[in-house]
Design a protein around this ligand. Structure first.
Ligand code: SF4
Length: 172
C-alpha cells in the first residue's frame, strides 16, 4: 500500500494559526490571521501542524478578553485547567512517538502568561520563566528531548532560524 504521509510534526500554540484567539490589542504585526512565516516554513517542509489548545480563551469560555498578566492567571483554577490541557497534549505526543513519528519542535509565544518559553509579561516588566501551560507541558515531555522554541512576534527572525535548524536536523 502506498502511503506518502509526512512523519514530522510541530506542535504550535492555537493562535499561531488563528491570531483572533489572542487577547484584545495584542495582534499588532503585519499578519492578520496566522503568524505566516512559521506556517509557510512548516507547509513548505511538509511538516504536520498540530494546534495545541488555547488555555486562556478556553478558561474564560469566550474569545473577547482583555490582556491579563501572570498574577491574574496564576490561580489554582487556571493551573488546574492548564494541567488538564497539558496532559491531553502530552498524551498526543506520546501516541505520535509510539507510532514512530518525529516531533520536530514545540512552539510557544513569548510574553504570554500561558504559552511563553523564556520570558513572561508581568505588571512590573518581563521576568524569565515559562508560561503556566508551557511549564506543565515541559515537565511532562522533559525525557523526550523535544526542542521548545519561543516566538517573539516583534522580532521573529531568531525563532524562525531556530525552527529552520531543527527542521534541517531531521531532514539530513
Ligand atoms: S493562551 Fe496561548 S494559544 Fe491562547 S492566545 Fe495566548 S499564546 Fe495564544
Amino acid at each position: 500500500m502506498i502511503d506518502n504521509r509526512s512523519k514530522y510534526f510541530v506542535f504550535v500554540p492555537f493562535c499561531l494559526l488563528a491570531q483572533a484567539y489572542q487577547a484584545q490589542g495584542i495582534v499588532k504585526y503585519e499578519w492578520k490571521s496566522s503568524i505566516k512565516p512559521f506556517v509557510e516554513l512548516l507547509i513548505d517542509n511538509d511538516i504536520n501542524i498540530v494546534q495545541m489548545p488555547c488555555a486562556e480563551s478556553s478558561f474564560h469560555n469566550h474569545l473577547i478578553r482583555d490582556p491579563m498578566g501572570l498574577k491574574k492567571y496564576d490561580i489554582p483554577e487556571f493551573n488546574i485547567h492548564c494541567e488538564t490541557l497539558a496532559e491531553d497534549v502530552f498524551h498526543q505526543i506520546k501516541e505520535l512517538i509510539k507510532s514512530n513519528y518525529k516531533i520536530v519542535a514545540i512552539l510557544g509565544i513569548e510574553q504570554s502568561p500561558s504559552c511563553c518559553v523564556n520570558y513572561i509579561y508581568t505588571n512590573h516588566g518581563n521576568i524569565n520563566r515559562m508560561g503556566i501551560f508551557m511549564e506543565k507541558l515541559y515537565f511532562k515531555i522533559k525525557e523526550y528531548d523535544i526542542p521548545i522554541i519561543g516566538i517573539n512576534r516583534r522580532y521573529i527572525n531568531k525563532s524562525l532560524k531556530q525552527l529552520e535548524k531543527e527542521i534541517k536536523k531531521v531532514r539530513i
